[in-house]
Design a protein around this ligand. Sequence first.
Ligand code: 4NP
Length: 141
Amino acid sequence: MKVLMVCLGNICRSPLAEGILKSKKPDWYVDSAGTSNYHIGERPDLRSIEIARKYNIDISNQRARQFSREDFAKFDLILAMDSSNYQNILKLARSEADKEKVKLILNYAQPGLNMAVPDPYYDGGFEKVYQLLNEALDNLV
Ligand code: 4NP
């Protein structure tokens, strides 16, 4: 199974989602990306690194990259953190098959509610983000 986590900056939410899923399924190919180009090449936000470390997950070696159209061919499942990420990913889809690969990650925790993983970049809340992602990813696996 090849899974891509996608948020806006690829420094807060999606790196954490990548780390959590890798810890649950070491044999799956898991990566993350951002819809924006704001932080390309950067390490995850220190607050994400710290919350992951609290749960014995090391995400410090990740580097941010931007989502691209080629990712539709490389991954089976593309998990968006919020509806803005979701819409921006769909804009790059070339086919219905591409679109069907894209899901809102929290629909694995609360099916059909289209809930967002709140963006913690300005206001914090990394523990809550961890708990939401962990619950959704337990259900996914
Ligand atoms: P992320 O958080 O999408 O979870 O990585 C953000 C990181 C950076 C910005 C916004 C959200 N930014 O505006 O730079």
